[in-house]
Design a protein around this ligand. Structure first.
Ligand code: ZN
Length: 219
């Protein structure tokens, strides 16, 4: 899962620079980073139309995350998407849903895959979810949580691998992301993170094979 407060501005994005320009025009010399973070997504044009309950992955159940746990965006038009970040919830599905709906959590992923293979989407792919603890990686990635604990290999079921691979294969096809370990990464591999998920029991070889096989079958 993403740590709270880690989506702070490690890098000022180009939209923030635009807001900075607008602020200068109205006479404010300096805007605190906090204020920029609250203003920059309000610029006209960043809101694509959203249909209540619509999902990006067919078969996923929609449950909205708190709007405090993601940022509206227009991906892939404003930020290209070239990474999928694999997470493990370190708790039950219900507890993950609960914190993603909690505005004080300040973190949430786009998807949660359960042990039985059911998929829940909580944030639209066009929006920037706060899941990686790194602003650049949040902007360029889709975050997928997996129900379970990193030290319990039995939590990573066949149904979970199969469903997650289908989801990732579709994401890779949609955004032209190569299916390899440079582009499909664990939270632990995000620069600057102190998180260890998905941990040593996550079978990357198996996962990549499944994603490739699913993509080939779909083609
Ligand atoms: Zn994580």
């Amino acid at each position: 899962m993403g740590a709270r407060k880690n989506d702070s501005d490690r890098r000022i994005g180009r939209r923030a620079l635009l807001v900075g320009g607008a602020a200068a025009a109205v006479g404010t010399a300096v805007l605190a980073r906090e204020e920029l973070a609250h203003l920059w997504w309000r610029l006209p044009g960043v809101e694509k139309s959203r249909v209540e309950g619509a999902v990006d992955f067919r078969g996923a159940r929609w449950l909205a995350a708190s709007s405090a746990n993601f940022r509206w965006a227009d991906r892939p038009d404003d930020y290209s998407i070239d990474r999928v970040v694999i997470h493990v919830t370190q708790g039950s599905y219900a507890s993950a849903v609960k914190v993603f709906q909690d505005p004080d959590h300040r973190a949430a992923a786009h998807y949660i895959v359960r042990k039985d293979g059911r998929v829940t989407q909580m944030i639209r792919e066009l929006d920037v979810a706060f899941h990686a603890g790194n602003r650049d990686y949040n902007e360029r990635s889709i975050g997928i949580e997996h129900e379970g604990f990193v030290d319990r290999p039995e939590d990573f079921t066949d149904a979970m691998y199969t469903a997650s691979a289908r989801l990732t294969a579709e994401i890779c096809r949609r955004y032209g992301i190569p299916v390899d370990r440079e582009h499909l990464i664990g939270h632990v591999e995000v620069p600057g993170t102190d998180h260890t998920d998905p941990g040593e029991h996550w079978d990357w070889n198996r996962y990549l094979k499944l994603v490739r096989a699913t993509r080939t079958a779909a083609a």
